[in-house]
Design a protein around this ligand. Structure first.
Ligand SMILES: *Cc1c(COP(=O)(O)O)cnc(C)c1O
Length: 391
């Protein structure tokens, strides 16, 4: 299995440092994948291969190895090599990391509801592993966890945008020993945060969201610092069959080219809209807005940690209106925001989150900001909030 170890993009040239937008454009080309001189990568559809490189597409194929090399170069930095392993969905990646560690306990509170479905399945299959314990503050870890357990940090958290102090949890986990820290970084793709550089064992992304970024390809990824763990995860994937299709990984390659631009723009627009909404809740929209949640806001409880831990605050925010009726009606009153779940795409989306997650306040709307002009999004939000509050 020559390609269990996907090529690692080393810092070949100081002009292409891992983690940079230049790496997102050139790192994979430096890996010698292509023979034809094509500028856009070819998409390999073959399921089987002659010769002594790739063997069978469930194990590896050229497009997937190339996408893994590129995502590794995007998640990593000059100081921190990253190895990426791709899956058919974010939840397949979630299942893969929990299967590999099969922890006795998982310390987790809230977050993406699908992660809890995976934990339910693992408890059913394993006859009791993966017991859920509420995530304590970092200084409470030692009294809650034992060796072999997992700390699951989703940060920023879906949909409240709470921020967890990754470094503090890593330090606390190390004092217990053999407690792994997994960060679900779907709400903050690179370059917004670099959890591997803070010492976490695994970073999970639903590539369906910001990494693919165009609402057209399902996928998941695990990024790890340990090359042996990456190989182990690829062997597990060969056995479990949770491989992504070639079109999806090709779309990921295509999308990573613009990741830095998209993420920076979505992040700054989300911060701008959150700040305007918070201000408007005291002025022209007073009485109509109950709360705005985005870690860019100095009023947000995670603001200080986010400032230290992230280079931007992410493209999602949450908005609470003052009545459930207004919250339910808002998506239908907007013209530029599509009323659909998911996030991280180029089109702005909004959803009444209670529809998918019964644990969430009925006043809350989750907003994923796209690439439209911030002023247009703001005007649309303003007209819609006034319209639903009048009716
Ligand atoms: C969407 C999402 C997932 C699951 O990813 P899929 O690609 O839908 O399987 C996991 N975590 C978070 C935070 C998500 O938003």
């Amino acid at each position: 299995m020559a390609f269990r170890r996907a090529p690692v993009v080393r810092c070949i040239s100081s002009l292409v440092p891992p983690g940079s937008s230049t790496a997102a454009l050139h790192a994979d080309a430096l890996c010698d994948f292509s023979t034809a001189g094509d500028v856009s990568p070819p998409m390999s559809l073959s399921t089987t291969f002659e010769g002594d490189g790739h063997i069978y597409s469930r194990i590896s194929n050229p497009t997937r190895s190339r996408a893994e090399a590129l995502l590794g170069a995007v998640e990593g930095t000059p100081e921190q090599t990253a190895h990426a392993v791709l899956y058919s969905s974010g939840l397949a990646a979630c299942f893969a990391v929990l299967c590999r560690y099969l922890p006795g306990r998982v310390a987790i509170t809230g977050g993406y509801h699908g992660t809890h479905l995976v934990l339910d399945q693992l408890r059913r299959i394993s006859g009791g592993q993966c017991a859920v314990v509420p995530l304590p503050p970092p200084d409470g870890l030692a009294s809650t966890l034992q060796p072999g357990d997992v700390v699951w940090l989703e940060t920023p958290l879906n949909p409240s945008c709470d921020v967890m102090d990754i470094e503090a949890y890593v330090t606390a986990a190390r004092t217990i020993g053999n407690v792994r820290v997994v960060v679900d970084g779907t709400f903050a793709p690179p370059p917004l945060q670099r959890p591997l550089g803070l010492g976490v064992d695994v970073v999970l992304h639903s590539t369906t969201k910001g990494l693919c970024g165009h609402s057209d390809a399902m996928g998941g990824a695990l990024c790890v610092a340990d090359a042996d763990l990456a190989m182990q995860l690829r062997d597990d994937r060969t056995a479990l069959g949770s491989t992504p299709g070639s079109l999806e990984v090709w779309l990921l390659l295509r999308s990573l080219r613009t990741l830095h631009l998209r993420v920076a723009r979505q992040s700054s627009t989300a911060a701008e809209l959150s700040s305007w909404l918070e201000e408007a809740s005291r002025t022209n929209l007073a009485g109509l807005i109950h709360a705005v949640h985005h870690s860019s806001l100095p009023s947000h409880p995670g603001h200080e940690v986010a400032k230290r831990q992230m280079t931007g605050f992410g493209g999602c925010f949450a908005l609470e209106l003052t009545t459930e009726a207004a919250a339910r009606s808002l998506p239908g009153a907007l013209k530029l925001f599509r009323d659909a779940t998911s996030l991280g795409g180029v089109e702005s989306l909004i959803e009444w989150r209670r529809k998918y997650d019964s644990a969430v306040s009925p006043l809350l709307l989750r907003v994923s900001v796209g690439l439209e002009e911030p002023a247009h999004l703001r005007a649309d939000l303003e007209q819609a909030i006034l319209a639903v509050s009048r009716s």
